[in-house]
Design a protein around this ligand. Structure first.
Ligand code: EPS
Length: 359
């Protein structure tokens, strides 16, 4: 399965091509609505106030409501771009932004906002992920869902999946939502931004998906999540906490009732164990701030950079569906690869039960 996106935040449209999807998956334009709305800007006061319709048009690869097996092209027209927001900074480099590295790589500035470095690019990842989620659910009963797991120094006190879709943060503890609203309001007023952690959990992944060395399931997940703009870290299972663990604590013991724990995040040796696949991504704080910062202009002269316009104080607030989409796309790819190489081989005894769900 190959997915690529195209388009700029301030161009006429954004889109993606999904190549390698099997035929027969039922898909219609309305199937994209929910997940695109979960990711979209302008739906609550806690995100950028750009108001995009985010309507998906299917250009190819679907006939009479089912995928044909040929490349699927999806497009979303941009309806609320405001290039003028970027006039003031088009001759400078925002500290912490890709402005500088794009300049060094390509030798020109796109003055219409971030272009490819904009969070807008993630729209089409979510659209592609809708197809992967559906295929995984229908073929294997795999369910991919995520939640916000930390924002600044705030962490969930309780955990309930049912809470996640009931608030604008994808937060798993309803009792903390008022606190988060106040936190975000204060942050927005301050003009600053903050980072966030997203955790994605895939239930129902059978054992055997992933490759042992090159194309490890955890390696592919890390690469896919790290390819999202603003992601600076990825953890599988306990992630960096393993540094302080002992082997006797970290190993997930096996009983006839199943695994007793899931420190590994459902992946051993690059291959799924049949437990929940658990992965987290760290999003950096947004770099487009109205707080002044020192930088240089294109002539190398010192300048003070101030960014106005419609920016997210925490891009992680709407990143949950993006991370879910990338995890779903990787799992679909690995499922197809596993089927291509192994068919039914490998489905052997004993089959260890997943054990108690961690989340
Ligand atoms: C973004 C800046 C803003 C956001 C945008 C991401 O864009 P603009 O300045 O054009 O309003 O609104 O996010 C989206 C448009 C989107 O759909 O995610 C940035 O700098 O990353």
């Amino acid at each position: 399965l190959r997915v690529t996106t195209f388009g700029e935040s301030h161009g006429p449209a954004i889109g993606c091509v999904i190549d390698g999807c099997p035929p027969g998956v039922s898909i219609a334009p309305e199937d994209f609505v929910d997940d695109l709305a979960r990711r979209a800007t302008g739906r609550t006061r806690h995100t950028s106030q750009r108001h995009e319709a985010d309507v998906v048009e299917i250009l190819s690869g679907v006939y009479e409501g089912r995928t044909t097996g040929t490349p699927i092209a999806l497009v979303v027209r941009n309806t609320d771009a405001k290039s003028k927001d970027y006039d003031a900074i088009s001759q400078t480099f925002r500290p912490g932004h890709a402005d500088y590295t794009y300049w060094q790589k390509y030798g020109h500035r796109d003055p219409r906002g971030g272009g490819r470095s904009s969070a807008r690019e993630t729209t089409m990842r979510v659209a592609a992920g809708v197809i992967a989620k559906r295929w995984l659910r229908e073929k294997f009963g795999v369910r991919v869902r995520g939640h916000l797991a930390q924002i600044g120094d705030v962490v969930p006190r309780g955990f309930d999946w049912d809470a996640v879709e009931g608030n604008p943060f994808f937060w798993p503890d309803t009792a903390q939502v008022a606190e988060l609203e106040a936190y975000m309001d204060a942050l927005r007023k301050s003009g600053d931004s903050v980072g966030a952690r997203i955790t994605v959990v895939a239930d129902g992944v059978p054992p055997g998906w992933g490759e042992p060395i090159y194309g490890k399931l955890d390696g592919e997940l890390a690469s896919a999540l790290m390819s999202i703009n603003a992601v600076k870290g990825v953890e599988i299972g306990d992630g960096f906490a393993v540094v302080a663990q002992h082997g006797s604590e970290h190993r997930d013991e096996i009983t006839s009732d199943g695994f007793l724990s899931n420190h590994a995040g459902g992946i051993l040796g690059g291959i799924s164990t049949g437990q929940q696949v658990i992965v987290s991504a760290a999003f950096k704080p947004t770099s487009s701030l109205r707080l002044p910062a020192r930088s240089l202009d294109l002539e190398g002269q010192p300048v003070e950079v101030v960014t106005h316009g419609r920016h997210d104080p925490c891009v992680g607030v709407r990143a949950t569906p993006i991370c879910e989409a990338m995890v779903a796309l990787v799992l679909m790819d690995q499922a197809l690869r596993h089927r291509a190489q192994c068919g039914d081989v490998g489905d052997v005894s004993p089959r260890i039960k997943p054990g108690k769900a961690k989340r």
